[in-house]
Design a protein around this ligand. Sequence first.
Ligand SMILES: Cc1cc2nc3c(=O)[nH]c(=O)nc-3n(C[C@H](O)[C@H](O)[C@H](O)COP(=O)(O)O)c2cc1C
Length: 175
Amino acid sequence: MTAPVLVSYATRSGSTGEVAEAVGATLQSEGLAPEVLPMHAVESLTGRSFLILGAPLYIGRLPKEFHQFMALHGEGLRRLRPWLFILGPTRTVPADFEAARRQAARQLERYDWLQPAEVHVLGGRFDVRRMPKPFNLLTRLPLPALDKMPVTDIRDWVEIRAWARSVALQIKSAA
Ligand SMILES: Cc1cc2nc3c(=O)[nH]c(=O)nc-3n(C[C@H](O)[C@H](O)[C@H](O)COP(=O)(O)O)c2cc1C
C-alpha cells in the first residue's frame, strides 16, 4: 500500500539522504508511517497526502534530480503543499545561511505554482573526499591545499529532529 506520507530527497554525496532518513525516523517516532525514497525512485504522487522534499545546493543550484522531480510530478505537487528542507551552508556563519536561503528562493522562483508549506535551510557536510562529479575532478589536480581542507559537518541533528517533529504535528493536525 502507498504510504500517505512521503519523504523524498536528492543527494549527491549522501548527507541530504541521511537527513531524510532522520526526518523519516522522527515522523515514525511521532506515530506516522512515512516512506523515505530518493526522488528518482518516485513513480507517482498518487495516494500521497503529505510530502517532505529534501535537496542540497551546489554552486547556487538545486540538483538536476530535483528539477526533474518538479517536471515529472507537477500535477501531484500542485495538489500537495510540500515541506522543503535544503542543505547548504557548511560553516555556522549567519551570512552563509542567508546566502543559501536566497539561492534556494531563486531556484524555486521558476515554480511559481509550487506552494511549499515551508522552505527550511539546514547546515550540510563538506568532505573533499566525497565531492560528487564533476567537482571531484578538482581532487585529481596537484592542489595540496585541497587535501588539507577539513571535513565539516554542521548538520544539527537536534534541530533536524525538532523540525521533523514540528512537521509531524502539522501533519497530524491536518490528517
Ligand atoms: C562543490 C560544492 C559546491 C557547493 N555549493 C554550495 C552553494 O552554492 N551553496 C550552499 O549553501 N552550499 C553549497 N555546497 C554545500 C553542499 O550543499 C553541502 O555539502 C551538502 O551537505 C551536500 O549535500 P549532499 O551530501 O546531499 O550532496 C557546496 C558543496 C560543494 C562540494
